[in-house]
Write a protein that binds this ligand. Sequence first.
Ligand code: HGY
Ligand code: MN
Ligand code: MN
Ligand code: MN
Length: 410
Amino acid sequence: MRTNLSINSRRLWDSLMETAKFGGTERGGIRRLALSDEDQKVRDWFKAQCEALGCTVRVDEVGNMFAMRPGRNNDLPPIAMGSHLDTQPTGGKFDGILGVLGGLEVMRTLHEQDYETNAPIEIVNWTNEEGSRFPPAMMASGVFAGAFPAEYIYQQTDRDGVTFLEELERIGYRGPMKAGDHTFSAMFELHIEQGPILENEQKMIGVVTGVQGMRWYEVTVKGVDAHTGATPMYLRKNALVGAARMIEAVDAIGQKHQPGVATVGLIENKPNSRNVVPGEVFFTIDMRHPDEGALDVMEAELRAALEAGLPPLQLSYEEKRIWSSPAVKFAPELIDCVRHAASKSRFAMRDMVSGAGHDAAYIARVAPTTMIFVPCEGGLSHNEAESTSMDECAAGAQVLLDAVLAYDEI
Ligand code: HGY
Ligand code: MN
Ligand code: MN
Ligand code: MN
């Protein structure tokens, strides 16, 4: 019964700009950390918008939100359109929320056209995709997919020692639904690419075939606090010098194993005083590669560098891998729906593997899943200058609509 439904690009853009006020910064970015007051406000806004369309909105035990529109055959699990509303501390207006509001635009279009789908259709907001405030990333879609129990993420703390559970309850989004008590016929995630490929090749749509593997580590380097004036250089155990050498070593591993990447993003220097030789440094490592074997080699080289580089400086260290998300391939039948949808609108497209992690990487474990990318300016993301255009957002939402309807007809 598919007809040529068209999304409303101005309405989608206006919602993207309206929601940018939740956590908007004076530099035009967004700071909407998971489970913060700003996250609560955008969640409340999203819930009201979905209920105004007649959707039922449910919340599970880790705050994932599910807004469902019934279809002809409600015995079928819903076809989902999911992404996330939380952002990095210096995030942008599109990372995550484009996928949620793209889903809302699809719902609005179906509603105003009074179009009845075969299966129910559902929009999902996955809690804490970023993993910036509470590690690891994609944790709530991970609970939904059975990667870890809710109890594990409840006790995760931010750098101030506040637990995930305290914040989830404080904002009123600890729902009654067990995370495993729900499933989908399929899930599509619309997202900006967060890299430069589509823009460089002037392609409008990324047909995402999978997500590269990711591993997160935490390292604590231990030396001795000492006086910067009275302590001779040869007597120092300077943890910051050791950490600096390791940061160089991590970068060298990334350079050597391209297209893999390796990054130290978070560092805490103690006691962080001008006239104290630092006695302890904590830092994080993010390593990724499309091939798991290559990640194993990178991990071995990381551990060898720590062992070779720190003890000679009279420094001890602790290192642990706190999380990994293996490389994942998406469902061919959904990828075909995306290709069909993009060609229907005559959008230039290209296949690609996602460099960034996404909730879709976990959901692919429990339901047929795929992603749709649109370009972002300069390939920039996780940066307050993150930008894309109304046309590119509209193209993504139109492909999302047509891919969902194509799958609904299978
Ligand atoms: O880290 C990631 O790739 C995702 O943006 N959280
Ligand atoms: Mn994202
Ligand atoms: Mn992100
Ligand atoms: Mn994502």
